[in-house]
Design a protein around this ligand. Sequence first.
Ligand code: ZN
Length: 235
Amino acid sequence: MDAVLDLDADERRRLVAGAVGNWQATPKIPSPADHPHLWPLPDAPGLGVYSDRNPREDGRPFCSVSHPAAGGVCGESATVEVWALPFCEIHGAEAEAAALAEMWEDACKSAEAAVQGGREAWRKNAALLYTLRRAEHEAQGNEQNRASDHEDAMQAAYADADEAHTDSDTLQYNGDPFAGSPVDWWRETRLAVCKAMREAYEGGLCHAEDLEPLREYATVQEVIALRRELSRTPA
Ligand SMILES: [Zn+2]
């Protein structure tokens, strides 16, 4: 971890330039041509190709996943980097999907707020309002797709989540519809933690590492809550 966190600003920028990728592949820089339906976001911060320019004694760092509820210390060598943290292939796929889901969720909220806030002020500027509403529509579509991608990655990474680790809040849920649901609680928690990790990364701070166990716990709780919800749903 230290080797990754010790990178200077230029090295970090080069690392995240690939946005998403694997250790061996050429970094892939997203472009409008690759994703014609995406509402352009700035370079995806915190996502990168883990480089062998900073090898540890064994050549690569270990995967960051370590929370007991997430299966304990992963022990696999890292192949990808998210929020400047190294992850193995399967945990990295989940973390990368989580990072993208959070960014689009945040972008979606911003777009919706811009449309709501501008509706009155810009009602005489139809072209501007149209552009904002189109951005809002596209952000909403991407947010849904990324959330779906993350759910798949989360289920794959934590398919063996042990219900012995089920949080007491989930266990005590009594079905009160006005209290939301454990799936919602843990989803909101996971998104909030991911946002804090992204902002830590963007600010050049190191506490993404400290937040990672909390993210793993919230993610596993979401997987367990989804499983419990499905088991209660009549076929
Ligand atoms: Zn791992």
